[in-house]
Design a protein around this ligand. Structure first.
Ligand SMILES: Cc1cc2nc3c(=O)[nH]c(=O)nc-3n(C[C@H](O)[C@H](O)[C@H](O)COP(=O)(O)OP(=O)(O)OC[C@H]3O[C@@H](n4cnc5c(N)ncnc54)[C@H](O)[C@@H]3O)c2cc1C
Length: 538
């Protein structure tokens, strides 16, 4: 999508190529093969390995990030951070990244409104951490190298796939020649130009955007607050939009809207970039870490599953990056398919559970495309009428609160609500990763109860239940791996926000509500658990 115009670059790690055993004539059947070691493939592999599922990951490259390209994704939202907490890399992200919660939306010199996403947040994780995407990928690789069930294969390019009754066969090219890799299940996370998607003839709908942007990753001396500032229009960018975000290593991401079909070479010319930065920052001493042009597109596959293959991340959906929904929703794809595969492979759920991956995550992809498309319509109006409407909203927004809600410089990533999912009895929303105290007095969080092999459902029974076998003095968690087993009583201030007295919550392995039982009974609970695992009703 874009070429690097100027780069002093980042130093990325290089991982070793190890000749795969299949090249020595060994024949293996892998449980799960993940194609693509970007953000989403690494997350899926890490999640599976953390659940005790054997996984092999193949990547055509031998590093993280994209050589010569920008930081790409930078904003990681709470839900994603909760996933990374469970996978064991959250602490490194928090240490390296910039934690923030305050955002400001401006028009020229006027602040139209500001928000603090930390207000009302119940999770152990903050609303957002900004960090260059390749660092996240790097931490995931390090974590995967610690996990005994994971194997990483660098410089292994997948060029073709054949589907058989009980497995898939991938054609793989390496520096030492080609081989065939067999796996029960395949997760394709090879990004927007997937060879697998092409080979299978899987269809999608795509639309190219006309709007062009110039991304600049820069360092400068001026001190700016660690906040997200977005200008719907800025005089220093000829009345067009601008984004300003802090990242790690003292680098800032400054994105400038350049208008429809702007010449990519011209907008990323080093002198032009410096001049733009001078006008924005009023500072002459800037170090350009990376600058380049970007154009946007939307893309959505017609089905996120093709037999034994599941499509995850950019291969399945591409959206305008307003609101940081691309990578964040890809991480949710990865978590979604990982727990379902773990449940099926451990025998806790039937294969029918895997069908819900498309139902849930394609709906999420379509929703995110819808939301981000509305942002681009606001930022880049398509007709004189839309233009006048947009400017009127900005003018009104300076004076009246009601109009501020219409100013759309990106709706930040939120976990998708699975209310309409076939797995949901009632509810569907995400549960925050509440801090709580375990029975032995140690502090922790809700997601601690979900760690371990396979895929656990949690059943939280709140005090005062009418069903005596469910009644407890405070919330009690049951971990279900097919069977219901008791966990000790847990306590946490935030628990009271989840449900009322006497209610029972069934929480999925991805911290979404599968059922909220207001008048619980053992039969209703059993039915909700069966439904969450796509089991036939008993
Ligand atoms: C400018 C910009 C800003 C963005 N900002 C944000 C943000 O703030 N927050 C956010 O959440 N998202 C953001 N995104 C989106 C985010 O970067 C992507 O959604 C994310 O990279 C998708 O990850 P992925 O793993 O699906 O694909 P990719 O990151 O593209 O990874 C694909 C991997 O597959 C490998 N591969 C490809 N073909 C093969 C093959 N044949 N065989 C083996 N391996 C192969 C590649 O080497 C690569 O490692 C942004 C994107 C852009 C462009």
């Amino acid at each position: 999508m874009g070429d690097a115009a100027t780069t002093s670059g980042y130093q990325l790690p290089v991982f070793p190529y190890i000749p795969p055993p299949e090249l020595r004539g060994e024949r293996r059947r892998h449980k799960v093969a993940v194609v693509g070691g970007g953000l989403c493939g690494l997350t899926a592999a890490c999640d599976l390995a953390c659940r005790g599922v054997g996984v092999v990951l193949l990547d055509e490259d031998d590093t993280v990030g994209v050589r010569g390209a920008s930081s790409r994704g930078i904003v990681y939202a709470q839900k994603t951070l909760e996933v990374f907490d469970r996978l064991g890399i959250y602490r490194r992200i928090a240490e390296k990244g910039v934690t923030w919660s305050v955002g400001k939306v401006l028009a020229d010199d006027d602040v139209l409104y500001s928000f603090d996403a930390a207000q009302g947040s119940l999770s152990k994780q903050p609303p957002f951490i900004n960090l260059q995407q390749f660092y996240i990928e790097w931490f995931l690789v390090d974590r995967l190298r610690e996990l005994p069930r994971a194997e990483l294969r660098w410089r292994n390019r997948v060029t073709d796939i054949a589907l058989h009754g009980d497995h898939a066969a991938l054609t793989v090219e390496t520096p030492d020649g080609g081989y065939t890799l067999e796996a029960d299940w395949v997760i394709d996370a090879s990004g927007l130009a997937s060879r697998i998607r092409q080979a299978l003839g899987a269809t999608l709908k795509a639309e190219m955007g006309e709007d062009r942007w110039c991304i600049s990753d820069v360092r400068f001396k001026k001190t700016l607050p660690a906040e997200r500032w977005t200008w719907a229009k800025a005089a220093f960018n000829d009345g067009r939009a601008v984004w300003q975000h802090p990242m790690a290593d003292g680098v800032w991401r400054l994105d400038y809207q350049m208008g429809a079909n702007a010449d990519p070479k011209a907008i990323a010319d080093p002198e032009t970039v410096k001049d733009r930065l001078r006008r924005h920052l009023g500072e002459t001493e800037v170090e350009i870490v990376w600058a380049g042009p970007w154009g946007y597109r939307t893309q959505l596959m017609d089905n996120f599953r093709f037999g034994r293959v599941f499509f995850v991340g950019d291969v399945a959906h591409v959206m305008n990056p307003f609101g940081a929904r691309g990578g964040n929703s890809g991480v949710q794809d990865a978590e979604n398919i990982a727990w379902k595969l773990a449940a099926v492979l451990s025998g806790a759920a039937p294969e029918a559970l895997l069908d819900s991956y498309d139902a849930e995550r394609r709906a999420a992809g379509a929703h995110n495309i819808h939301v981000t498309t509305r942002t681009i319509r606001f930022l880049a109006p398509r007709s004189p009428f839309e233009h006048r409407l947009r400017d009127a909203v900005l003018d009104l927004g300076r004076r009246f609160a009601f109009a501020r809600a219409l100013v759309n410089t990106g709706r930040l990533s939120q976990p998708f609500d699975y209310a309409a999912s076939p797995l949901t009895t009632s509810g569907g929303g995400a549960v925050p990763n509440l801090p709580l105290t375990h029975a032995d007095g140690t502090p922790g969080a809700l997601s601690d109860l979900l760690r371990g092999d396979g895929a656990r459902l949690l059943v939280l029974c709140f005090p005062g239940s009418a069903a005596p076998e469910l009644a407890e003095e405070t919330a009690r968690a049951f971990a279900c791996n097919g069977e219901v087993g008791r966990l000790p009583v847990i306590r946490g201030d935030g628990l009271a926000h989840l449900a009322g007295a006497g209610e029972v919550l069934v929480i999925r392995p991805d911290l979404h509500v599968a059922a909220r039982l207001i008048k619980p009974s053992t039969a209703a609970l059993r039915s909700a658990i069966d439904r969450a695992l796509a089991k036939e009703p008993r």
